[in-house]
Design a protein around this ligand. Structure first.
Ligand code: NAD
Ligand code: UDX
Length: 485
């Protein structure tokens, strides 16, 4: 780079924080300010305890913070001074009004764009980092130029592909970086090149893909839809495996050996969670519907329907296996986050599973290594928004949550005196627990319902557990119980 670049990122969340920390680390000559309206978030970014748990993140932040990486609530000042403004605010699903249950809520994005337009005194490149509906850039351009101050704004789409739990390694070594811009204009090409120069500090050139704006926006939605579709495909097979005696791990392995399919993202589970997959597919569904493509919309809807089915199926399996009643029974929940190595609980399958068990009047003892109790209680008591029937929610009485949920600090504490164990997150520590000791401290029959295929089924059956593991051949006990139900 010939001139020193100043970057400002609006939104210090799971994407803005780690992404900017890595840019600061890899580009010592660039000044990076991450701004947010949330005071507690910024305070945490400036403290010893960062607001998010992500392996390797602390180290990166410690190396750069105060040098060329700054976290601040002074949003307007930092935006005004920047050459490149990343917008990485949240874009959740709308819960009311037109498109409720599907469309992306762009309130935060719009207010960020208006603010950029209002405070800017010099030309800027505005980068869409948030995941947005295809064609958002067009609307953003209109907002940026609405007060016509003669300042040039170039808008780029640079969607983020990091996964939580592996954000730092994903950012260090991305499969690709995607930059969409107005390739048809000299100003657009120059802006693309400027952002390319930033990533070229550490990303090999052949992995930096440049496209038009709409391709970049849509590729992000498409990638998440394809990934989620693989999980729903394997999860649909898991139900058939249980019915037939096939083993889903063997099926996944055999299918994934086909080089055209590949081995990754074929793990059967209790369902996918996380802030992105469901939201982005619903967004895609909505865009298809708006463009008069109901067949395409229905195709992608099915990916979410199978995911919902998988969670319900898990709860039903548990209840039928335990003599059709779990009323008053203690059930240990191991893992609450949506995947291992994160404390994030957004859309975690644990919420639906726990609410399902609570509605059957179980007593839950929950343990997760990273999720605080207050977060679990908040998640369980927030009425679930039914995407397919906007406006309807599944009620779980508030007092049933406070009375019937206990949060503890270890897996041993959770499982002691429990009738059943549900593994809902694949935390490594659940693989190496002393299951003999756990078995000895449980009333019999002692059950394990493994929603993540982490336990050694044969070993646990030898100990004496009745084991259900998604998509694996069923215990005779489970078969008998299913037949009675
Ligand atoms: P987040 O909720 O963790 O962070 C968003 C932040 O933006 C919040 O801290 C919020 O206070 C702040 N904010 C909102 N409006 C603001 C405004 N007007 N000015 C200043 N700050 C404002 O969200 P996230 O998980 O980081 O996701 C951000 C975007 O990135 C979303 O569009 C998401 O779809 C996309 N994305 C997320 C992931 C992921 O793994 N979480 C991965 C890829 C893409
Ligand atoms: C996802 C995308 O992977 C990432 O590229 C995008 O930028 C954001 O959304 P994330 O949601 O953080 O990332 O995690 P991911 O690893 O994709 O897992 C999502 C969910 O799918 C988790 O609940 C996970 O447990 C589940 N999963 C994943 C499966 O059930 N089976 C699999 O084989 C893989």
């Amino acid at each position: 780079l010939t001139t020193m670049v100043k970057i400002c990122c609006i939104g210090a969340g799971y994407v803005g924080g780690p992404t900017m920390a890595v840019i600061a680390l890899k580009c010592p000559s660039i000044n990076v300010a991450v701004v947010d309206i949330s005071v507690p978030r910024i305070t945490a970014w400036n403290s010893e305890t960062l607001p998010i748990y992500e392996p390797g993140l602390d180290e990166v932040v410690k190396k750069c913070r105060g040098k060329n990486l700054f976290f601040s609530n002074e949003v307007e000042k930092n935006v005004a001074e920047a050459d490149i403004v990343f917008v990485s605010v949240n874009t959740p699903t709308k819960t009311s009004g037109l498109g409720a249950g599907k469309a992306a809520d762009l309130t935060y994005w719009e207010s960020a764009a208006r603010m950029i337009a209002d405070v800017s005194k010099s030309s800027k490149i505005v980068v869409e980092k948030s995941t947005v509906p295809v064609k958002t850039a067009e609307a953003i351009e209109k907002i940026l130029t609405h007060n016509n101050k003669g300042i040039e704004f170039q808008i780029l789409s640079n969607p983020e592909f990091l996964a939580e739990g592996t954000a730092i390694t994903d950012l260090f070594n991305p499969d690709r970086v995607l930059i969409g811009g107005r390739e048809e204009t000299p100003g657009g090409l120059k802006a693309i090149q400027t952002l390319k120069d930033v990533y070229a500090h550490w990303v090999p050139e052949e992995r930096i893909l440049c496209t038009n704006l709409w391709s970049a926006e849509l590729s992000k939605l498409a990638a998440n839809a394809f990934l989620a579709q693989r999980i729903s495909s394997v999860n649909s097979m898991s139900a058939l495996c249980e019915a037939t005696g096939a083993n889903v791990s063997q099926v996944s392995y055999a299918v994934g050996k086909d080089s055209r399919i590949g081995p990754k993202f074929l793990n059967a589970s209790v369902g996918f969670g996380g802030s992105c997959f469901q939201k982005d597919i619903l967004n895609l569904v909505y865009i298809c519907e708006c463009n008069g493509l109901p067949e395409v919309a229905n195709y992608w809807k099915q990916v979410i329907k199978i995911n919902d089915y998988q969670k319900v199926r898990f709860v039903n399996r548990l209840v039928t296996s335990m003599f059709n009643t779990i009323s008053g029974k203690k059930i240990a929940i191991l893992g609450f986050s949506f995947k291992k190595d994160t404390g994030d609980t957004r859309e975690t399958p644990a919420i639906d599973v726990c609410r399902g068990l609570l509605s059957d009047r179980a007593q839950l003892i929950i343990y997760d290594p990273k999720v605080p109790k207050a977060q679990m209680m908040k998640d369980l008591s927030t009425p679930k928004f039914e995407w397919d029937q906007p406006g309807s929610t599944v009620p779980v009485a508030e007092d049933s949550i406070t009375k019937n949920v206990t949060v503890v600090h270890s897996a041993y504490e959770a499982t002691k005196d429990s009738h059943a164990i549900c593994i809902l997150t694949e935390w490594d520590e659940f693989k190496s627990l002393d299951y003999q000791k756990i078995y000895d401290n449980m009333p019999k029959p002692a059950y394990v319902f493994d929603g993540r295929n982490v336990v050694d089924v044969t070993k646990l059956r030898q100990i004496g557990f009745i084991v259900y593991s998604i998509g694996k051949p069923l215990d005779p006990w489970l078969k008998d119980m299913a037949a009675i139900a």
